[in-house]
Structures are given as structure tokens and as C-alpha cells.
Design a binder for this molecule. Structure first.
Ligand code: ADP
Ligand code: MG
Length: 260
């Protein structure tokens, strides 16, 4: 068999599709530019790795459930103050995930907690980290369904395989004891195993409203806080400010589309 055909078969068997596609073009270039064998091979391997990384990032983004429009590109960092900007720039290097640290974002409604953690989540995916996003109420429903179907341990294991779980708006709606029990199971399971990134409008002092029982509340806070970075966004509502600005401009239409 002709060598080129044989190479193609081996590349298929080894699952190296990008090299298979690029091999002729790179060979031509190698001849033209008199690349060494090392340089030729390096070029092919780089292309394969880059294509794999891009595919992986695309897959992770799709699987994450993140609202992708909430990115750093659309986030006005100047609003959040230098101290938090510094915290965020450290978090963007992703090493907190290796230390299984949690990020707890507090602040009043509209201060930008959800947008900020989603932007961070998206950036971490670009660094090939696996992140998943849930609103707290949807996550609780999923956990309850898994419990009902006797697959809660499996589901917890699956969730803990992510580098971080974003739980948006914990405590936003009053939940029943059963709902809070499964949420607590998740927090306990993830402790020192996978990072939790959560947003809440409620300060810890009000968390008994979420977990009902004072002991469970204390245990949940203890596990979350032990290795954590707390972001306090004590800011006026972005939505409110935006709508005021629109009003000043007489732009009532835009106002309605932003206030959600
Ligand atoms: P929170 O979760 O604190 O209630 P959100 O993150 O949902 O607030 O922000 C409310 C709205 O304002 C969203 O549409 C968000 O995209 C926008 N927003 C908040 N802060 C900023 C910011 N610093 N730059 C750009 N948009 C922002
Ligand atoms: Mg929010």
C-alpha cells in the first residue's frame, strides 16, 4: 500500500483527524520552507492539540447551561470597585479550583452577582475547566427528581465531577424542608471535592430562612465558608441605574426591555 494511504489509516485508527487533514498541506509547506523533521512533526501535533482544545471548550460551553451573553466583554468592571476587581483578576487564573475553594457572591438585587459569576464561569471554561450553571430552584428540582428515582448518590457524583457548580440565587424563593435537605446533601458532598460558586441576596444571618433548622444552617455555612472567597457587591442596582438613564434620555422602550 502507498505510504500516504497507510499513514491516513493509522491516523484514523489513532483518532488524529486534524493531523490527517493537515498532513498534506504541512508537508508541502515543510518542503517549501525546508522545515526540519522536528519542526514538521511539531506543527502537526500543535494543530491537533489546538483543534482538540477548541472542540472541548465548545462542548463544555454547550453543556454548562451558562447564559453566554453574560461575559466579561459585556461586564462593566469599573462599577464594582478596585478591591473586587483585584479579587476577580486573581480568580481568573483558575487556581482556586485546584484548592476546591468556593466563591460566595453577596449583594442586593441587580448588583451584578449573577453576571459576574457567569462571566467568570465562561472564562474558566476557556481554560478547559468544566463548569455547570443552575439557578438554585432548578438545581433543587433536579436533586429531588434524582432522589425520587433513587439515583441521588449517582447524581451527586456526576455533579462533583465538575470543577465548579454555579448555584444562582440561593434562598431567593422560600423552599420546603425536603428541598433544602437535598441542597444540603449537595453542599456536604462537594465540600473539599468541587468548588461551589453561589450568589445570594441574603446575608448569612438570614440563612435560617433557607435551611429552616439552625443546626443545618450552621453546618451548611461552615462547609461553604471554610475554603472560600467572599465577594461583597454592595452596589446600587444596575437595572435601576440603567432604567433611570434611559428615562433621562426619554428612552422608555429600552427601559422596559432591560428591567427583568
Ligand atoms: P444580581 O444577580 O446581583 O441580581 P445581575 O447580575 O442579574 O444582578 O445584573 C442585573 C442586570 O444588570 C443584568 O442584565 C446584568 O447583565 C446587568 N449588569 C449588572 N452589573 C453589570 C455591570 N457591571 N456591567 C454590565 N452589566 C451589568
Ligand atoms: Mg442574580
Amino acid at each position: 500500500m502507498e505510504a500516504r494511504k497507510e499513514i491516513s489509516l493509522y491516523l484514523k485508527e489513532l483518532r488524529l483527524p486534524t493531523i490527517n487533514q493537515a498532513v498534506d498541506e504541512v508537508l508541502l509547506r515543510a518542503q517549501k520552507e525546508s522545515l526540519s523533521f522536528d519542526e514538521y512533526l511539531l506543527d502537526l501535533l500543535k494543530q491537533e492539540c489546538l483543534a482538540r482544545k477548541n472542540n472541548r471548550v465548545e462542548r463544555y460551553l454547550k453543556e454548562s447551561g451558562l447564559p453566554l451573553e453574560k461575559s466579561f466583554a459585556t461586564f462593566d468592571l469599573s462599577r464594582i470597585g478596585q478591591a473586587i476587581i483585584n479579587q476577580i483578576s486573581t480568580l481568573r487564573n483558575s487556581s482556586f479550583l485546584d484548592r476546591k475553594e468556593n466563591i460566595l457572591a453577596f449583594g442586593s438585587p441587580g448588583s451584578g452577582k449573577t453576571h459576574l459569576l457567569c462571566a467568570l464561569g465562561q472564562e474558566l471554561i476557556y481554560k478547559s475547566r468544566k463548569i455547570v450553571f443552575f439557578t438554585c430552584s432548578i438545581l433543587v428540582q433536579r436533586l429531588l427528581i434524582a432522589k425520587r428515582d433513587l439515583r441521588l448518590p449517582n447524581y451527586l457524583k456526576k455533579l462533583a465531577a465538575y470543577d465548579a457548580i454555579i448555584i444562582d440565587d440561593i434562598g431567593y424563593v422560600q423552599q420546603s424542608r425536603q428541598e433544602m435537605e437535598v441542597l444540603f446533601s449537595l453542599l456536604a458532598h462537594c465540600y473539599e471535592r468541587t468548588s461551589i460558586m453561589l450568589t445570594s441576596n441574603l446575608a448569612f444571618s438570614k440563612w435560617e430562612e433557607i435551611f429552616k433548622d439552625p443546626m443545618v444552617t450552621a453546618a451548611a455555612i461552615d462547609r461553604l465558608v471554610h475554603h472560600s472567597i467572599i465577594l461583597e457587591l454592595n452596589l446600587p442596582s444596575y437595572r435601576l441605574e440603567y432604567s433611570k438613564k434611559q428615562k433621562e434620555k426619554g428612552g422608555d422602550k429600552e427601559k422596559e426591555s432591560v428591567v427583568s
